[in-house]
Design a binder for this molecule. Sequence first.
Ligand SMILES: O=P(O)(O)OC[C@H]1O[C@H](OP(=O)(O)OP(=O)(O)O)[C@H](O)[C@@H]1O
Ligand SMILES: Nc1ncnc2[nH]cnc12
Ligand SMILES: [Mg+2]
Length: 208
Amino acid sequence: MSFSTPTQPDASAQVSGHSTTHASSSAELASLKVGLRAALRQFPDFPSPGILFEDILPIFADPKLHESLIRSLELHILDAYGGQKPDVIVGLEARGFLMGPSLALRLGASFVPVRKQGKLPGPCVTQAYEKEYGQDFFQMQEGAIKPGQKVIVVDDIIATGGSAWAGGEMIRKMGGDLLGFIFILELEFLKGRDKLPAPVYTLLSGQA
Ligand SMILES: O=P(O)(O)OC[C@H]1O[C@H](OP(=O)(O)OP(=O)(O)O)[C@H](O)[C@@H]1O
Ligand SMILES: Nc1ncnc2[nH]cnc12
Ligand SMILES: [Mg+2]
């Protein structure tokens, strides 16, 4: 587990019919993580030799685990960021789209996608980036983030941090206020979090 955001010992919150205090949400989060961790699968040498691929898809195949994931991320957000709630959840194509929209709905926030180049219509902001196995370009539609909006970026995995950094750069260019980055899993040995300009939270640790 990796925390780099402050918590609020007295925080209490009411969202989606769940009432929580800091102590009860910590206990709930710890128990949800056990099931989520057990569901992950690893595939050696995918998509290229030397990469140990972390497969998060079994979480989405099981409705109980899917709910555990969204609830875990919700609990973190309610407990962090000094009580500030995000206006926008930004998800990174493609795997960030698996949890971004449902998390946004749960929080009453907007969902905005970051897509790979050439997929979005109209004027776009573009950012080149490097990832664990190659180079790519990300885009967002101009004006998708309004100046001053509070934004959280979500994705499945942080490896080198290149993808999340590029998302953060585009949000910064549009005047967004980046509250933080949230991932299911972190490949700690790549130190991707050191590239990112806002607090990083990963639900589960992995590949130290
Ligand atoms: O921290 P980084 O080194 O940038 O790597 C992490 C990114 O790599 C994967 O995305 P990828 O674009 O490979 O595939 P996807 O389209 O299936 O999400 C993963 O889903 C993260 O988005
Ligand atoms: N090792 C890995 N497993 C799954 N997704 C990834 N994205 C970047 N590195 C990855
Ligand atoms: Mg991805």
